[in-house]
Write a protein of this length. Structure first.
Length: 668
């Protein structure tokens, strides 16, 4: 169990409040632990959304919780600006990009809505300690190459789940030349790389950044004192005594520390890179794409990844004296109101507006497919955001690329993907694959090996069984499982979730499952579902955002069990918290791929192009022995590692909510 220093929730605070109340909690365990930031759907001025925002604020006032209203900025940026994410602390958020806090030496990791409710009620939740991966950065970036290029290249070059569900520790002499903004960008997108944590060491650059931040706070104090206004109190989190304590106790990893893997990247070998289309696992050197003159319809400088002051300044520098190309829409939104005010004071904001950029309020918006300016069918967009999954920023039949702010701005000017005029090719290394190397510590016995008769708690099913459906796709993300446009419909029913499940992946999936699901199975959804359709998918299933409905929608559809080559940890958390069982079986995935996936490869539909393969196969999983019997066209027995007593107990309680209720009642 962990007790984070802080836990942030945003627009999803509403459902967390409902969960908090449903488990019988009436008092927040530690009111200084939660932080509320409204940032995702800030363009939505409908009475329903405004009422939701008002109810969240009211709850915050009632329980004395720190609250930041819509327009103040994106939660992750606020947590860094306001010191909730602080060196040598653990801060979590009910959002997948809480990895970003690692840029300032804070262990940031995502939790989910049910975890947030548990934290409010008890101050703690569960965490499976991840393996550690060391990523060594050597050398120095060439002029015009940024932190965004670093992480885009890493995602594209190490794209075989090398860091999946790991905690990354960045090290090496290349770090000292990276700004805090670069580090925040890299740490932010370690989420897309598949990691749970992206941690940078605390060094002189970190301390100087906090000194500068503190100087600004003290300057405001001095100004108010001289004007006769009583000075504000010392900042509760960013203050001199706290920084002095860090300076006296710098923490470094032991030189003999063991890591699961050690990856090395020569920064001096890197040219600007572009991610996509529609996948962070594809990255291409900018000069190669530039030759193709890929026309764009929309460009975006928004999100928690690259909308800080240095990003806005870089875009303004690229656009100064130019106009947005005809037929192109360029959208900008600052990461926070403080960033926008500073950009306005320095003139950067005005340059972008004069060039034809369309401004949006400080917040998320297009990055998650909400609000103005989404990609329409057939359109191409380039964005400084973190995620370009199919359908993420608009229509599933649009194409999205990711790049640095300067490249996005330059592309908006010329109407095709290109670099800024300031980019001097003579100062860049040759256009080739950047220099990487990797090594791996000899692994422990395979996690797929089954224990001899896993002890089962009383009441936990000995078997899970049902017809098998195969989704021949690796990296099937939460947008594919549960589309973003439904995520913040807080009143959506389980029945409706079941109707839209997997809609962005296969529009026919829900009706197929419904035709195979009996009323008897449907009646079990609210409790412990043990029989129904068993879904088998590829590797890194459920990667992406922290939306809980990706798990609850599958369960609501009548799926008690998901088998995959591996899982994205954020999905697995949601599954465990909601009583959806997850098991890994690379061998079963391999056999199904060879038999039923197109050309024996995952990612391009079944053998006949169908996205979901239904061949009349039946599966029975013995949770005590780990024996998996598959019968029908594929007739074979497999062995898997099942789930231990901790997961079983959560399942028996109906999920984490029931577990916390049980704990509250026991305490009472």
């Amino acid at each position: 169990m962990i007790r984070p220093e802080h836990v942030m929730t945003h627009d999803n605070t509403g459902p967390v409040i409902s969960k908090f109340k449903s488990i019988g909690a009436s008092k927040v365990h530690n009111p200084q632990q939660p932080v509320f930031t409204l940032d995702h759907d800030v363009q939505n001025k409908s009475p329903k959304n405004l009422a939701k925002y008002a109810s969240i604020e009211s709850f915050a006032r009632k329980h004395d919780i720190d609250f930041f209203p819509a327009g103040r900025g994106i939660g992750h940026q606020i947590l860094v600006e306001e010191g909730y994410a602080f060196p040598y602390t653990l801060t979590v958020a009910s959002d997948s990009h809480s990895n970003m806090y690692g840029g300032v030496g804070c262990v940031g990791t995502p939790i989910v809505r049910t975890d947030a409710a548990a934290l409010w009620a008890t101050g703690k939740t569960w965490w499976q300690v991840p393996r550690m991966v060391k990523v060594e950065l050597k050398g120095k970036l060439a002029p015009g190459v940024t932190g965004k290029d670093v992480i885009v290249a890493l995602c594209g070059s190490f794209n075989k789940d090398e860091v999946l569900n790991a905690a990354i520790e960045f090290s090496g002499d290349g770090i000292e030349a990276l700004t805090i903004d670069d580090r925040l960008t890299i740490a932010n997108m370690t989420t897309e790389w598949g990691a749970l944590v992206g941690f940078f060491p605390v060094d002189e650059t970190t301390l100087q950044w906090y000194d500068n931040t503190l100087d600004k706070l003290e300057l405001r104090t001095f100004s108010s004192t001289n004007s006769g206004i009583p000075p504000p109190p010392t900042h509760p989190r960013i203050n001199r005594s706290r920084l002095d304590a860090i300076r006296k106790g710098i923490v470094q990893s032991d030189s003999e520390a063991q890591y699961a893997s050690h990856l090395v990247f020569d920064l001096s070998s890197l040219v600007p890179h572009v991610s996509g289309p529609n996948s962070v696992k594809i990255s291409t050197p900018l000069p190669i794409l530039e030759e193709k003159k890929i026309a764009i319809n929309k460009a975006y400088l928004v999100s928690c990844t690259n909308s800080r002051l240095s990003d806005i300044a870089a875009a303004a520098d690229a656009m100064k004296g130019h106009k947005v190309a005809n037929g192109v829409e360029f959208y900008i939104a600052a990461a926070s109101s403080a960033v926008q005010q500073e950009a306005e004071r320095l003139g950067h904001w005005d340059i972008l507006e004069q060039a034809g950029a369309k401004t949006l309020p400080a917040g998320c918006g297009p990055c998650i497919g909400l609000g103005t300016g989404l990609l329409e069918e057939g359109e191409v967009g380039i964005s400084a955001t973190n995620r370009n999954y199919k359908g993420r920023m608009g229509h599933p039949n649009a194409q999205a690329y990711l790049a640095s702010p300067a490249v996005v701005a330059a592309s908006a000017i010329r109407g095709y993907i290109c670099g800024p005029s300031s980019l001097d090719s003579s100062t860049l290394p040759p256009t080739q694959a950047p220099t990487f190397s990797s090594s791996q510590t000899p692994s422990s016995p395979s996690t797929s090996a089954a224990p001899a008769d896993e002890p089962l708690l009383e009441g936990f099913p000995r078997t899970f069984s049902g017809p098998l459906l195969f989704a021949p796709q690796d990296n099937l993300n939460t947008d594919g499982i549960y589309p973003g446009k439904y995520t913040y419909q807080d009143d959506i029913t389980l029945e409706r979730q079941a109707e839209v499940v997997m809609e962005n992946y296969d529009p026919e999936f829900a009706s197929l499952v419904a035709s195979m699901t009996t009323k008897e199975v449907e009646s079990q959804v609210v409790g412990g579902l043990k029989n129904g359709v068993v879904l088998v998918a590829g590797y890194n299933f459920g990667t992406g955002s922290s939306r809980e409905q990706a798990a609850t929608a599958l369960k609501a559809a009548g799926i008690p069990l998901v088998i995959a080559g591996s899982f994205g940890d954020i999905f697995k958390r949601n599954a465990i918290n909601n009583g959806l069982v997850c098991i890994e079986s690379p061998e079963l995935v391999k056999d199904l791929t060879e038999s039923y996936a197109k050309d024996g490869k995952r990612g391009s539909g079944g053998r006949n192009g169908e996205m979901t393969v239904n061949k009349g196969i039946h599966i029975n999983v013995n949770m005590a022995t780990g024996q998996v019997d598959v019968t029908g066209p594929l007739n074979k027995t497999y062995t898997v590692r099942t789930v231990g007593p901790s997961v079983q107990e959560l399942w028996l309680c109906g999920g984490l909510e029931g577990y916390i209720l049980k704990e509250i009642q026991a305490h009472a």
